[in-house]
Write a protein that binds this ligand. Sequence first.
Ligand code: FCX
Length: 456
Amino acid sequence: LFNLKAAIADAIPKRREELLRIKKNFSDVKVGDITVGSVLTGMRGNQSMYWESTTLDPNEGIRFHGRTIADCQKMLPGAPEDNGDGEFLPESMLWLLMTGEIPTEEQSRQLTQELAERGAKLPSHTEKLLTSLPRDMHPMTQLAIALASMNKESIFAKKYEEGSIGKKDYWEYIYEDVLNLIAVLPRITGKIYSSLVNDGEPLGHFNVEKDWSYNIASLLGMTVRDSVNVHSLTKERSNDFVNLIRLYCGIHVDHEGGNVSAHTTHLVGSALSDPYLSYSSGIMGLAGPLHGLAAQEVVRFLVEMENDVDSVENVKQVEDYLWKVLNSNRVIPGYGHAVLRKPDPRFDAMLNFTEARPQEFKSNAKVQLMKNLSKIAPRVLQKHGKTKNPYPNVDSASGILFHHYGIDQLLFITVIFGCSRAMGPLSQLVWDRILGIPIERPKSLDLSSIKKLCKI
Ligand code: FCX
């Protein structure tokens, strides 16, 4: 099966039957106890969502249908021109998320081609809308607006309004919207970036022969062939940047269901809002500084710290700087996690990217500081004693690597996160509709109910 939709359709009967059997026979099985503490602390530890494709082990980190990042790096197909030397394609990851299977080279190529064909054009009203937005509007606001505006194109919303589809068929139209949405993200991203840095003039063009990440890089003006190559990158450095986008977008797709962007997309979609509205809402959550915006906060933090210390190798000065931040009741961005209790393997993957290119990164003091910090900050946070996870999370490394290649519009970095994150929650949205997951509606408690439970 070379076509993703056909591969999903093939997997449906078994999965529907399995879930139905579990629902029928095991609905009374207890998952855990919800405590008052959980109700008052953002539902921590409360296992109450169904999520198909990714799970997060507090110690091992993310698994994609059971596969670690290292497995994915070994097994998922990359771009043909890299001859096995580059990073895997996010398209290959999308196939894995949607089907649970590792795609073949042919399946991955086919999906690359399908996304390129679907993404070749941005709806003209969305293009005009983006052009009309203030150049200094927050890039994530622009992304959310662009996505919400595409609800005009939603095939699902149209079919639903016509009353022409039954519940079992919803997924087919949701799938079409999801693929169309993911496909246009490079164009939306390029448009937002060109507004920011090039007065709205395109920085590159979309190449239908190329993969999704290449087109993101190209529309950011970062490729030798298809763009203005704003930073005059050599062919090798430009290839590295394309591979950075592939790596970054391949590993940021999902982080199980409870994180703000994924959960929001799932929640809004559960009201049968179409994928454009659902993911636009997810993007609004990703824009928060405790979530996706943390990568940008890290870059700012590293720039400020580098200016403050005599040398990034001066451990004592770095430690003092961290204490100054903590003592003023601020967080150290890029450290800590709500679920993980070990260094984030996604951070390690980004770090490995720099270690494979020692010449490229050796003279960038901020990148060196990022590395040094990953050894110093955990000690300081442990001593500080509050943070449950004192280790670096993914945002510790990602932003500074984009910055290194010249993407220095800090607020924009999260837009690239937004491209990647679409793949996980939107795959889930397809499966939500396949499996008939109903509207989400937890029960809330007021203070008097809590006091009654506590017998106070
Ligand atoms: N620096 C200083 N204090 C921190 C901290 C950090 N990096 N991380 C957690 N803490 C503090 C919390 O603020 C909390 O303090 P409080 O008791 O006074 O409210 C205490 O430690 C316990 O928090 P903890 O249970 O460890 O963490 P939470 O689940 O509440 O929060 C986040 C998790 C990620 C929000 C938190 O660690 C944080 O603010 N980190 C910095 C921002 C960041 O890097 N975010 C990106 C996270 C992630 F990768 C993503 O979702 O994108």
